[in-house]
Design a protein around this ligand. Structure first.
Ligand SMILES: C[S@@+](CC[C@H](N)C(=O)[O-])C[C@H]1O[C@@H](n2cnc3c(N)ncnc32)[C@H](O)[C@@H]1O
Length: 242
């Protein structure tokens, strides 16, 4: 497994490269936007929320402090909007972007067999790493992804052309057609996710959650991923299969 660069090296590299891009381009708002987009894009690799914020905001804030770009006051709105587009506040509240490692779900089919053509959803699919791990595990499944941030949704669709990826809210989407819903969200989201799964998914369908368990609900199984994280499995019972 590749080891991440020690902090703050990623920040220094991202900020320096954003500044390099800014100096290389003709001066003006397009240069500011391009360098901000560069930082905002790379911010997705940050391991914590604070680091992602630092990565994304490092260039525009240092530019503001340096006075190197004589922008009108409104000129700061587009770079700010760019940062928000990559990571809308809504998605911050539910779960920041942490990708599922590629091999994380390799052990899943041995515990949870799915028929060929079964529909599987990665709810909050980010850049598509969960979908890629699901594809390794279930190459014959029909894979779907929903993502709130539209730049992430676009990037995911490009990285996973074999999946149906759409922009939307996982809480507003219908889970009734899925044999498996995979989540990598936040501890606070798990009770809500389980209530939704139990209300909408057919009996015999599964909810799988990387790292975070549903409080107060006994899992049907628990796997350990290659990097030592738990994968919690919950079988939905109750509603008859459609
Ligand atoms: C921890 S990341 C997991 C990404 C991907 N599932 C993976 O495992 O590689 C969580 C993702 O959920 C998205 N997200 C959070 N809340 C959401 C919501 N209500 N609707 C859609 N996507 C959401 C975030 O934007 C983020 O990309």
């Amino acid at each position: 497994m590749r080891r991440p660069l020690p902090w703050p090296l990623p920040a220094l590299l991202v900020w320096a490269s954003a500044w390099a891009l800014f100096w290389l381009l003709p001066r003006g708002l397009p240069a500011v936007l391009a360098a901000t987009a560069w930082g905002a894009g790379w911010s997705l690799v940050g391991a914590t929320r604070m680091r992602r914020l630092l990565l994304a905001l490092g260039f525009p804030l240092s530019l503001l402090a340096s006075g190197a770009a004589a922008l009108p006051p409104w000129g700061w709105l587009p770079p700010l909007a760019l940062c928000l587009l990559v990571y809308p506040v809504h998605a911050w509240r539910d779960a920041p972007l942490f990708p599922t490692p590629l091999q994380a779900l390799d052990g899943l089919p041995a515990r949870l067999a799915l028929p060929a053509g079964a529909a599987v959803l990665d709810a909050g699919c980010g850049l598509g790493d969960g979908l890629r791990a699901l594809r390794r595990a279930y190459p014959h499944a029909r894979l779907h992804g929903i993502e709130w941030s539209w730049p992430l949704r676009l990037a995911c669709a490009l990285r996973c052309p074999w999946a149906r990826v759409r922009r939307g809210d996982i809480w507003q989407s219908d889970w009734s057609g899925y044999a498996l819903v995979y989540l990598f969200q936040r501890p606070e989201s798990m009770q809500r996710a389980w209530r939704k799964a139990a209300a909408e998914m057919p009996a015999g369908a599964w909810l799988a959650s990387l790292e975070f368990e549903v409080p107060g609900v006994l899992p049907d199984d628990r796997l350990q991923t290659p990097d030592g994280r738990p994968l919690w499995l919950y079988r939905v019972s109750g509603k008859p299969l459609k």
